[in-house]
Design a protein around this ligand. Structure first.
Ligand code: SAM
Ligand code: SF4
Length: 332
């Protein structure tokens, strides 16, 4: 196949990044992401690794270069590192990264690196054991801290993703920022999006954290270069090894530079996080077509989803948000 032309949506945005959820299962119960009563997708409806590979091959044909593996918790699905290795070997895929809560990262780190993982995002909203237990429903934060230290030591690119909530972990920003002092690792604050349970919690604006950061570190300076695939804006504090990023998903609408498409664990392609519209990939993947026809249909479905990307999200007017699933079901 000839080299892929950039995949563009109706608004001229180049789409070269795909987030793929490989499971809706999780070993934590973060209050804003996975309520206790969430309905799980029956195992047989979750895409197999073969099916995910077919989608990635078709995506690469169309110019997708970067894949993020997410979930649920991707490391609870057996074989996740091997899947990453297989995706890495697809011609045209330049980068495969992972988003994890970090609980199982120590166990799988070596295998992930051996399979070519390019970077890992670890979700961590507090370093305080009690707050962490309350926010996640069960877990021990020291495990995550130990695993993030291992990841940093291994030399893989590490980013911490934190969501701050009023009255729950709003004071935690300082200790989270401190993680970047002596570690080559970015710490990013992400505004909670009004998706699923996220609607119920009072989120903190990125701007508020930035004000507090500038007050404490008046010499912190905005960086002029991007650190990855996303819309984060980064600040460097003199003397710190890592940077502090802000993803103001709600208040700093960055839809004009959106470069992504998503696929849920059951194979629904989502043009935008905010709306329920989706294109069903599983039906195509499980149809009777011969291999080449199936791959062509998968490409067409990807193209259709990209063409259906809306100009922007509508997080500011909650009544217009048509997506009613939880983040764990979509793949954050
Ligand atoms: N289990 C993995 C993890 O925690 O990183 C991957 C899946 S999780 C859904 C991916 C990211 O989505 C996490 O960083 C989580 O904090 C974030 N997330 C969940 N609900 C969110 C919401 N309502 N708004 C913004 N981010 C959210
Ligand atoms: Fe699980 Fe990640 Fe959601 Fe927490 S944020 S419940 S770890 S999927």
């Amino acid at each position: 196949m000839a080299a892929a032309k950039p995949l563009q949506d109706n608004f001229g945005r180049t789409i070269d990044y795909m987030r793929i959820s490989i499971t809706d299962r999780c070993n934590l119960r973060c209050t804003y992401c996975m309520p206790k009563k969430v309905r799980l997708v029956p195992a047989e409806k979750i895409l197999t690794f073969e099916e995910i590979i077919t989608v990635c091959q078709a995506a690469a044909d169309l110019g997708i270069q970067k894949i993020k593996i997410t979930g649920g918790e991707p490391l609870v699905r057996r074989g996740c590192p091997l899947l990453i290795g297989r995706i890495k070997r697809i011609a045209g895929i330049e980068q495969v990264t992972l988003t994890t809560n970090g609980i199982l990262l120590g166990e799988y780190l070596e295998e992930l690196l051996a399979n070519g993982l390019d970077a890992v995002n670890i979700s961590l909203d507090t370093l305080d054991a009690d707050i962490y237990r309350k926010m996640t429903g069960c877990a021990d934060v020291s495990v995550v801290i130990e695993n993030l230290e291992k990841a940093v030591k291994s030399g893989v690119r590490v980013k911490i993703n934190s969501i701050l909530q009023k009255g729950i972990n709003d004071r935690e920003w300082e200790s989270l920022v401190n993680l970047a002092e002596n570690r080559r690792m970015d710490v990013r604050f992400i505004e909670m999006m009004p998706i699923g349970c996220g609607k119920k919690y009072e989120a903190i604006r990125g701007e508020e954290v930035l004000w507090a950061l500038k007050k404490k570190y008046p010499l912190a300076e905005k960086e002029l270069f991007a650190h990855g695939n996303g819309p984060a804006v980064y600040y460097r504090i003199p003397g710190f090894s890592g940077s502090i990023g802000f993803i103001n998903a709600v208040h700093g609408k960055f839809c004009a530079s959106c470069n992504r498409i998503r696929m849920t664990s059951e194979g629904k392609l989502k043009p935008c996080l905010c709306y329920s519209d989706s294109v069903d990939m599983r039906e195509i993947l499980r149809g009777d077509d011969p291999e080449d026809i199936r791959r062509e249909k998968v490409r067409k479905a990807l193209y259709k989803a990209v063409r259906h990307k809306p100009a922007m999200h509508c997080f500011e007017s909650k009544e217009q948000i048509s997506e009613d699933r939880q983040m764990v079901q979509i793949g954050g």
